[in-house]
Write a protein that binds this ligand. Structure first.
Ligand code: NAD
Ligand code: GLY
Length: 361
């Protein structure tokens, strides 16, 4: 019997129901999938970045045209610095010039940067038009294309300007990962390790460093974890969705303190998880062997684990103060007492964070 090769994972939230269609070669069927699985029609904008455009925009564009859609193409510079209000405005201007109106839609073709930015533009354009996610990085396939968190960075912090806006459809084609450079490929596994730590420790044994083929099952498993959490707490109100921030409080601070683009998101999250694991061991009784198990896997995945390379502790604490997860001076920190589970705590203050970070240097 053939192994399963495609998946259709529903995401049911209060603000919308949609499906994540995962399958090798689905990019070529973009137009057909959008016309058969949604009510979208007419004019649309494909927003992509300068590295993804020459690889995949032609395929997506002709598939959309064959299905009767009228796409315009808008290409932004690749990289985290494009997650800005200026670039969002330039996309909106191109959409206005291209004649997109409130019946139009947008297609995000790229990694998490394109997805977050495009979702934000779609969320504010004419007070909100639909968008389709076509993720092309590991981060985007397993995490950012699902859940409707969209936005851009402010000078004062990461993702501080944004809206919740769920996609209408997600088309996930694992074949796009073949063209990802090694460093970009590796960084995506930080979010997979995060899902394993907070929800399913057995997944830690199913991650094979370096393997690029047959990633469909691992992607589907991760999308299912993310979908379940988003369904339970779409707007991050009960604390459940906040568990997805494991490793991100310090990870975002590293990205901010070092200057956006210096560290890839997944690399910063890897170091952020090294710190969160140490904090969990010191203040939430995570056994040392469990801390070491995850750090060893991160290292085998080629992700950074040496905290001495991170910006100084004072700079990180300063960056953390403008994080959304800080509320009235107190941080809601995600710890794990046992791999496969996670909890929010307000017991971890700046002093404890500093003590843990210094113990890693
Ligand atoms: P990215 O979008 O910058 O992509 C990484 C690099 O790979 C870029 O240079 C891009 O041009 C290139 N690229 C993309 N697809 C390619 C392909 N198939 N072949 C060759 N090159 C390709 O970064 P990312 O890691 O995908 O995403 C990181 C962003 O996602 C961060 O801004 C992070 O905050 C955000 N994020 C959001 C959520 C969410 O829930 N919204 C979750 C996780 C991460
Ligand atoms: N990536 C965190 C979240 O979607 O909530």
């Amino acid at each position: 019997m053939n192994a399963k090769s495609n998946w259709n994972i529903p995401v049911q939230t209060a603000s919308g129901h949609y499906a994540v269609h995962i399958g090798e070669g689905f990019l070529e069927s973009t137009g057909e999938l959008i016309s058969t699985k949604t009510k979208l029609h007419g004019t649309c904008a494909i927003i992509t970045d300068s590295k993804v455009e020459p690889l995949y925009a032609g395929t997506v564009r002709s598939s959309l045209e064959q299905a009767g859609f009228r796409p315009i193409l808008q290409t932004i510079p690749s990289g985290e610095r494009s997650k800005s209000l200026e670039v969002a405005e330039s996309c909106a201007d191109a959409m206005i010039s291209g004649g997109l109106d409130r019946s139009s839609f947008v297609v995000a073709l790229g990694g998490g940067v394109v997805g977050d930015l495009t979702g934000f533009v779609a969320g504010i354009y004419f007070r909100g038009i639909p968008f389709v996610q076509i993720p092309t990085t590991v981060v985007a396939l397993v995490d950012s294309s699902v859940g409707g968190k969209t936005g851009v960075n402010a000078k004062g912090g990461k993702n501080l300007l944004g809206v919740f806006h769920q996609p209408t459809l997600v088309i996930a084609d694992p074949n796009t990962l073949a063209s990802l450079p090694e460093r970009e490929f590796r960084e995506g596994f930080a979010e997979i390790v995060k899902h394993a730590v907070i929800r399913d420790a057995s997944m830690l044994d199913r991650i094979t460093p370096g393997r690029r083929e047959n990633l469909g099952p691992l992607i589907a498993e991760n999308v299912a974890i993310k979908a379940a959490i988003v369904e339970a707490d779409e707007r991050e109100q009960t604390g459940e969705r906040a568990l997805l921030n494991f490793g991100h409080t310090i990870g975002h601070a590293i990205e901010n303190a070092a200057g956006y683009g210096e560290w890839f998101h997944g690399e910063a999250v890897s170091l952020g998880m090294v710190a969160a694991l140490r904090i969990s061991r010191l203040f939430a009784r995570l056994p040392q062997a469990e801390e070491e198990r995850v750090v060893r896997l991160l290292a085998r995945l080629g992700l950074p684990v040496d905290f001495r390379k991170a910006p100084p502790t004072g700079d990180l604490l300063q960056a953390m103060r403008s994080d959304k997860k800080f509320s009235e001076g107190a941080i809601r920190f995600v710890v794990t007492q046992k791999l496969g589970t996670a909890q929010l705590t307000s017991e971890v203050d700046a002093l404890k964070i500093a003590e843990a970070l210094e113990s890693l240097r």
